[in-house]
Design a protein around this ligand. Structure first.
Ligand code: HEC
Ligand code: HEC
Ligand code: HEC
Length: 428
């Protein structure tokens, strides 16, 4: 930002008011900061099981090797206790640590840059005064020299990063703008839901880019298209269903699984109803399908065949034996108990990674304040061969009116390699 006298004077005034506030933040400010930290899901990456929250240590893969998240408790030696407000805001907006080294964009500063000053101050106050300081050394990255040199990240930022806070779109409602602010910024939904480009950058960072939230694949899970597109996106979801999904981890048709479970458990379930509605309003506005597109009701020949005992379609016998007990012969499951596979957008995504991974790994529903039982689906990796899983996935993607590309055994083989080893699983 260019400093002129006009914008310098008010910031000077702000500086003194916050310098005073930094002594002890008001309970309201700490409460606001906690809400911001939750909406930003800092704890998801800055914690590991069995260690104090915010002490870091989570292993994250980058294209050149593994790095570890850092201790962001206010401990002065190993955490960020020496960070001033400006140091903190610079780390979150520009991806530069206090000592000047560049952070890997695995820390989603590309999204947090959108956080406004008011929320940034509250977040800083909360981390510094609401979080317990814990002495916990940071772990060095596993990236070998010379790839571990960080200066090229400055070039990466020049090419791909925009560090300006969110600017409201005056042509849209306040609700829409609130939703855009949360989705693009704090919620960093694009980290998983936007496809990545050649430099590992998210291809678009807001609705002006055609790729924004059109689906991405990370660690074996496909995070589907979240735009209002009827065919591939959330066109078939009402705004209420989106809000309900983010609050409880399930709707009548669908249940969150894979990495989305963590997002809901740690973060979105705590958002206010007004904020959840804002998020849904914003998502529904992205690439909405033309209003006159007729959605023909699907023809279901599958249920009739299964009831007759006709198992001639490849995969149908495996389905009867392993899956129909919970998801039923008609593929509709039981509302809020076992998700429907019929018309389920996660099942229908062009990219089958999520469908394959959930068959291999199983899943446990999000446990939230409004839905306290986390029903589980067993893992089938040890019972079914690659060819079986491919047949099954192809079967559920093309039954009960579903229509999606067939799955190949090689695709299953690849994702089987990505199964967490027992130690990694303990970490989850
Ligand atoms: C998707 C994972 C992820 C999320 C979410 C995340 N971080 Fe980070 N953060 C990281 C990683 C990884 C690093 C270390 C990067 C490196 O070493 O280059 C980091 C580094 C940092 C640093 C620099 C600390 C130091 O080492 O000096 C700060 C400050 C920070 N994060 C604050 C936050 C806050 C506040 C939030 C929530 C608003 C947050 N982070 C959310 C992954 C994440
Ligand atoms: C850590 C990665 C990650 C982040 C961050 C993330 N998601 Fe997801 N999301 C996923 C995955 C993987 C799925 C697929 C599994 C499922 O349907 O639950 C998913 C599914 C969804 C679905 C259901 C889509 C469907 O067609 O079934 C919605 C809605 C959703 N996410 C919204 C969001 C919103 C809003 C945010 C930001 C606040 C967000 N997600 C952030 C990984 C993520
Ligand atoms: C014991 C009951 C049970 C059995 C058996 C079972 N599932 Fe599931 N399934 C579930 C539950 C519960 C979920 C939600 C898991 C979650 O949220 O992590 C689920 C989720 C899914 C999903 C993701 C849909 C969504 O929106 O969450 C797919 C796809 C799926 N199952 C396919 C299968 C297939 C194929 C089989 C047979 C190999 C199978 N399931 C067997 C209970 C079961």
């Amino acid at each position: 930002m260019k400093i002129t006298l006009v914008n310098f004077l008010p910031s000077l005034a702000l500086f003194f008011s916050f310098a005073a506030a930094a002594e002890t933040a008001s309970p309201e400010m700490l409460e606001q900061g906690k809400y911001i930290a939750t909406a930003g899901d800092c704890v998801a990456c800055h914690s590991i099981a069995g260690k104090a929250p915010f002490t870091g240590g989570l292993k994250m893969m980058t294209p050149v090797g593994a790095i570890y998240s850092t201790n962001i408790t206010p401990d002065k030696e190993t955490g960020i206790g020496e960070y001033s407000y400006d140091d903190f805001a610079r780390a979150l907006r520009e991806g530069v640590a206090k000592d000047g080294h560049h952070l890997y964009p695995a820390m989603p500063y590309t999204a947090y840059a959108k956080i406004n000053d008011d929320d940034m101050h509250a977040l800083y106050a909360y981390i510094m005064q609401g979080v317990k300081a814990v002495h916990q050394e940071n772990r060095k990255s596993d990236i070998p020299w010379p790839l571990n040199m960080r200066w090229p990240l400055a070039l990466w930022n020049t090419a791909f990063h925009d560090d300006k806070p969110y600017v409201a779109d005056a042509t849209q409602s306040a609700e829409w703008n609130r939703g855009a602010y949360l989705v693009q910024g704090l919620g960093h939904c694009g980290t998983c839901h936007t496809p990545r480009g050649i430099g590992y950058q998210e291809k678009s960072l807001d609705q002006h880019g055609e790729h924004f939230l059109t689906g991405g694949t990370l660690e074996g899970w496909h995070a589907p298209d979240l735009t209002g597109n009827n065919k591939t996106g959330l066109g078939g979801w009402s705004a209420e269903e989106i809000a309900l999904f983010l609050k409880t981890g399930r709707t009548d048709k669908s249940a969150a699984f894979g990495s989305m479970t963590d997002v809901i458990e740690h973060s979105t379930q705590y958002l206010s109803d007004a904020d959840l509605t804002a998020v849904a309003t914003y998502l529904k506005s992205l690439h909405p399908a033309a209003a006159d597109v007729a959605t023909t009701p699907p023809v279901d020949a599958t249920t009739a065949a299964l009831i007759k005992g006709d198992i001639s379609t490849p995969g149908s016998r495996l389905y009867m034996d392993n899956c129909s007990g919970c998801h039923r012969l008609d593929g509709k499951g039981y509302a809020k108990t076992f998700p429907s596979l019929a018309g389920n957008s996660a099942v229908l995504s062009d990219d089958p990674s999520s469908v394959i991974s959930i068959i291999l790994r199983g899943g446990k529903m999000a446990v939230t304040r409004d839905a306290v039982t986390g029903l589980a689906m067993p893992d089938f990796a040890w019972r079914l061969s690659d060819a079986d899983v491919a047949d099954l996935a192809t079967f559920i993607r093309n039954s009960w009116g579903n229509k999606a590309p067939a799955v190949k055994a090689e695709e299953v083989k690849e994702l089987r390699k990505a199964l967490p080893t027992p130690t990694e699983k303990d970490q989850e």
